[in-house]
Design a protein around this ligand. Structure first.
Ligand code: CU
Length: 202
């Protein structure tokens, strides 16, 4: 093989690699999911969440979560993605979505007998930001690269799925051992919605 042929072949392999990368990125881009939010005990609470995955030019998957919820008390409420696709009862949603060998997914909650020892909060993969409620109406929009809708280690569609939980109190984003007091991640659960994949618009 002369050097000109070798160079041409190298180019074609590089082009193929780029084309393959672009195809896999496009497959994840625009994936959508939603959750119908319902009160854990209060039927006056309702809402919706939408989740859209986008892939950056560098290939980083980002999920934008938009939440609208009515009927909660005014003020800030913790919002997390929890680790099980179950909301009946809301405790069935389990802890905070946090796959991986270091996951200590148990959130602190009002029903805990002892304060949580949870070194990952507020850095669980499913930890989001508080929703602010005024006049009974709350909305929140947050983009995270900690989770994906597409398959992979951080996917919300793992074998037991995922839910969105809205808590009674605000998340104080407690991250020091001394801060991890009972209720610091929002305490009791007010509302929950199972995350369901939506048909792709593509
Ligand atoms: Cu939570």
């Amino acid at each position: 093989m002369n050097s000109a042929t070798h160079t041409a072949r190298s180019f074609s392999i590089a082009s193929l690699a780029i084309a393959t990368l672009a195809t896999s990125a496009a497959a994840a881009d625009g994936l959508r999911a939603s959750a119908e939010i319902r009160g854990c005990t209060d039927r006056a609470i309702s809402g919706t969440a939408t989740l859209v995955e986008q892939v950056t030019a560098e290939g980083v998957k980002e999920v934008t979560v938009e939440l609208q919820v009515n009927g909660l008390s005014d003020g800030r409420h913790a919002v997390h993605i929890h680790e099980v696709a179950a909301c009946q009862p809301c405790a069935a949603a389990g802890g905070h979505h946090d796959p991986g060998p270091f996951g200590q997914s148990r959130p602190d909650s009002a029903t805990d007998d002892v304060p949580a020892v949870d070194i990952n909060h507020p850095y669980h993969m499913g930890d989001l930001v508080n929703v602010e409620v005024q006049g009974g109406i709350g909305s929140m929009k947050h983009t995270t690269n900690r989770v994906t809708l597409s398959p992979g280690r951080l996917s919300l569609f793992d074998k037991d799925g995922s839910s969105i939980v809205v808590h009674t109190a605000a998340d104080s984003y407690c991250d020091e051992e001394s801060d991890l007091k009972k209720g610091c991640a929002g305490g009791a659960r007010d509302a929950c919605g199972v995350i369901v994949a939506m048909p792709s618009a593509r």
